[in-house]
Ligand binder design. Structure first.
Ligand code: HEM
Ligand code: HEM
Length: 534
């Protein structure tokens, strides 16, 4: 058995301008450890893949083929406890060599005869030296890995490993090769190693025999190592987020430009004499009949609130019905468990009934109180006045609002269409699609096919959405506090009362919106029929 000297690779100094670390005296560990470790040659002794190949090669060349006592190097790492000794302890060095051996032998490949007999890992000692002294150690040991079968022997089996050149990194070879090693640490009987020899060492590129467990192909490994980032940006519809943002900016800019053009054009138009005359004749509103009431009573405020509350949830549930692919809960009437509808559609239709009742009460009261005259046009003058109001809106010189007394003609038409055209359309198309409609009325169904209802119902919703956006926008843009007082506090003054009542109504609507989920809806639906899962 060879004797081992211990060396440690010296690294960077611990302080700026200091000595390489660890200091030389700390290195002396094993029996024959040569204390005067040459810094340049130190890496050669390191049993480590990262050891510069050329250095290892050099050492190998320097080694005598005889069974010379070999120095054995183990890199000692950081202490295991603060202030402790470098790890592993000096005494443990030979054992640690086992594993270390595997990693080294770049030089081995260069110098060792291919048929070098395998070495038992535990006896496989000094790497470079052992490799180049086949008679002593007989070859390079392989690190044995996990067994191939449960409870099996470590792989590869002991003794099966031929001399194995290890990983070779070409670049470091050439880099470190030219350094002549004047005093190989591990060489007890040193032949002076001179630069050319060292330089020549790396020339025949060491062949690598893949003895380690098969590695994944580089591409696969690289692919799995790649960050999960998607190579392409996520698409929202036809465009990515950035493209949408770009389109929005460009589209918005275009719209702004077009709007500016319209405002300038309409102002120019209204400056023309005939148009001035037209506006004077049709100021945007016409006089209501003498009998028309003044002001907005509280009941209209309440009806308006219920309407807003219900229609928000109706639109929400309608869109749910439209987009739902696999409803999670169903409702069926108690008297007919075969007729199943989704819980969303049940909610939609239940709200519809309430909305319809509210609407009917509203219309009846409108006609009982004469309030209808504010919503139903009573003169053909409504049309030129509506055009006049539109032009005034477009010129940004808006018609003076006095909703307390009279709506402008455009407003009147919009309210009329909403209450007397859009709402009934939603009802008759909705009922056509619902279970209320008689399925077997053949003639009726031929005259009014369900496809028509389906084709109209959704655009009606779009109309409502558009109306609400423009309506609320104008309520806020044409004297918010006064308008909100009209509708939410039944008074024609400018203060915050109506505004705060409006905010409270929004809180109620938001709470209902949040609550409108199967967990809350199912128990309510159960009161009126049977609720089942998918
Ligand atoms: C948060 C939403 C809403 C607000 C803040 C709001 C506000 C108002 C206000 C302030 C008025 C009176 C206008 C004035 O005095 O000049 C009004 C009238 C009206 N709004 Fe709304 N509204 C909203 C939503 C809706 C919705 C969703 C509808 C119908 C789908 C609607 C239909 C009407 C109708 C028909 C009138 C005329 C009522 C009458 O005078 O009899 N509003 N609204
Ligand atoms: C009495 C009034 C209403 C009734 C009876 C009613 C009834 C229905 C029914 C039965 C459906 C299911 C259609 C299907 O099976 O595909 C439906 C869908 C829908 N409803 Fe209504 N609805 C009414 C009012 C409204 C209102 C006022 C709105 C919106 C302002 C609305 C918005 C929708 C939407 C967006 C859908 C989905 C349409 C689609 O799938 O294309 N509904 N409604």
């Amino acid at each position: 058995m060879a004797t081992y000297g211990r060396t440690t690779r010296q690294g960077l100094p611990r302080v700026a301008g200091g000595e390489p670390w660890p200091p030389v005296f700390e290195i002396a560990g094993g029996a024959a450890a040569p204390t005067e470790v040459d810094e340049a040659s130190a890496p050669a002794a390191v049993a480590d893949v990262s050891a510069p190949v050329a250095t290892a090669a050099t050492v190998a060349q320097a080694a005598v083929p005889a069974a010379a006592p070999t120095s054995r190097a183990v890199r000692r790492g950081l202490p295991r406890v603060p202030g402790g000794e470098p790890w592993p302890p000096a005494s443990a060095a030979p054992l640690a060599a086992t594993a270390a051996t595997v990693e080294v032998p770049v030089s081995t490949a260069t110098d060792v005869p291919a048929a070098a007999p395998p070495v038992e890992p535990l006896t496989a000692v000094s790497t470079a030296t052992a490799a180049s002294a086949p008679s002593a150690a007989g070859g390079t040991a392989l690190r044995r890995g996990l067994p191939r079968t449960p409870d099996g022997e470590p792989w590869p089996p002991a003794g099966s490993a031929p001399a194995r050149p290890d990983r070779v990194v070409a670049a470091p070879v050439l880099e470190s090769a030219p350094e002549p090693v004047s005093e190989p640490v591990l060489e007890p009987n040193p032949e002076p190693v001179i630069a050319p020899a060292a330089a020549a060492a790396p020339a025949p590129a060491p062949q690598r025999t893949p003895m380690q467990p098969p590695r994944r192909p580089v591409a696969v490994a690289a692919a799995s190592a790649r960050p999960a980032a998607e190579p392409w940006p996520k698409l929202y519809g036809p465009y990515s987020r950035a493209e949408w943002a770009g389109a929005l900016v460009i589209g918005g800019f275009g719209l702004l430009l077009a709007a500016t053009g319209v405002v300038v054009g309409v102002n120019w138009l209204l400056g023309l004499a005939p148009m001035e005359e037209f506006i004077a004749r049709y100021p945007g509103e016409y006089h209501l009949p003498e009998s028309a009431p003044v002001g907005i009573p509280a009941w209209i405020g309440w009806q308006h609130f219920f309407n807003v509350f219900l229609i928000v949830l109706i639109i929400r549930s309608g869109l749910e019905v439209r987009t739902q692919k696999r409803p999670t809960a169903f409702w069926s009437p108690r008297w007919n468990s075969k007729r199943k509808i989704s819980l969303s559609l049940w909610f939609h239709q239940s709200l519809d009934i309430l909305w319809l009742v509210n609407g009917v009460v509203f219309v009846v009261l409108l006609f009982m109180t004469g309030q209808w005259m504010r919503l139903v046009p009573t003169s053909w003058e409504v049309f030129p006045n509506a055009l006049s109001a539109l032009l005034q809106y477009l010129s940004l010189d808006w018609p003076t609002e006095n909703g307390w007394v009279n709506y402008n003609s455009l407003q009147q038409i919009a309210y009329f269409v909403t209450v007397f055209i859009a709402a009934p359309l939603a009802v008759i198309t909705g009922v056509r699609m619902s279970g209320l409609w008689p399925k077997n009325a053949k003639t009726l169904n031929r005259i009014y096919p369900v496809e028509w209802a389906r084709a109209v119902h959704f655009p009606v919703m779009l109309y409502f959405v558009l109306f609400i956006i423009v309506h609320v926008g104008l309520v806020f843009a044409t004297g918010a506090l006064r308008n909100l007082n009209h509708m939410y506090a039944s008074q024609d003054v400018v203060n915050w009362t109506g505004f705060w009542i409006f905010v409270a109504s929004l809180v109620v609507i938001a709470a209902a919106w949040v609550a409108a989920r199967p967990l809350v809806l199912a128990p309510i639906a159960r009161l009126f029929g049977k609720v089942s899962g998918r």
